[in-house]
Design a protein around this ligand. Structure first.
Ligand SMILES: [Fe+2]
Length: 246
């Protein structure tokens, strides 16, 4: 197992303040995630090594444009509003703390988009953020497990998003840690360190949702189905912002 994954598991996955069926369900799903998390770290380290050895700065722009596409204001507002909408008005008393965490994530994701724009501006790849509006590379992202899944959340179940939080946001945490272990460039390090604690919060949100709320087979089923979708063989590659090709 990659040491970065081992450290993540010991610090964030296994310690919990909860007991009971939610935790047991989460640990069963965790077992399914482990091989793919490990593969993700290996791939992210390799991608970072390739970029470090490329001998030019273009990789910074490629990653930042892809990050802007996935986390810029347009994508963030679309994605985050769907996760808010997955809780009906009459369900809000039950899920109000989830709604508060999800509202916070809207801010986080838009900030991440700005961090990517900042790399492009400070790196001299663009002069003004508005230029990104004309660049398809900064406005399209092909990962089904990200946008396709996101668009479905309002139709599935208020807790379905927990599967995305637990699996995809852990990938962000692990991919960032793997990249930071290789790339020493100040612009990239500033961007990743500014983002990483928030990605961790999003992962912990998924952990909390499952441990605290996924207590019955009826509540666990929609989350497990999200894991079934996300754990397909094509899913584990790092995002393009972290060196992947998708
Ligand atoms: Fe983000």
């Amino acid at each position: 197992m990659q040491p970065i994954l081992k450290d993540f598991l010991e610090k964030w996955v296994y310690p919990t303040g909860f007991t009971g069926p939610g935790v047991e369900f989460r640990l069963r799903q965790t077992e399914r995630c482990l091989p793919l998390w490990d593969k993700l770290v290996t791939q992210a380290i390799q991608a970072a090594e390739n970029d470090r050895q490329s001998g030019n700065n273009e990789y910074k722009a490629i990653r930042a444009r892809a990050g802007y596409a996935a986390e810029g204001p347009f994508m963030s507002l679309k994605q985050m509003s769907t996760q808010i909408l997955s809780v009906e008005i009459d369900e809000q008393p039950q899920y109000i703390d989830l709604q508060r965490m999800r509202a916070r994530q809207i801010w986080d994701e838009v900030k991440h988009g700005q961090l990517h724009a900042d790399v492009l501006l400070r790196g001299g790849f663009i002069q003004r953020e508005e230029e990104l509006m004309d660049d398809p590379r900064a406005n399209t992202q092909p990962k089904l497990s990200y946008f396709g899944m996101t668009a479905m959340f309002p139709h599935i179940h208020p807790l379905a998003r927990a599967g995305q939080h637990y699996y995809n946001e852990s990938m962000a945490c692990l991919g960032i840690a793997a990249t930071l272990s290789v790339i020493k460039d100040d612009l990239i390090r500033h961007q990743l360190h500014s983002q990483s604690a928030e990605e961790m919060m999003h992962f912990m949100e998924g952990k909390y949702q499952i441990d605290a709320y996924a207590l019955t087979p009826e509540e666990q089923k929609p989350i497990e189905e999200v894991f079934d979708f996300l754990l397909r063989p094509w899913a584990p590659e790092p995002s393009r912002a972290l060196g992947g090709s998708q």
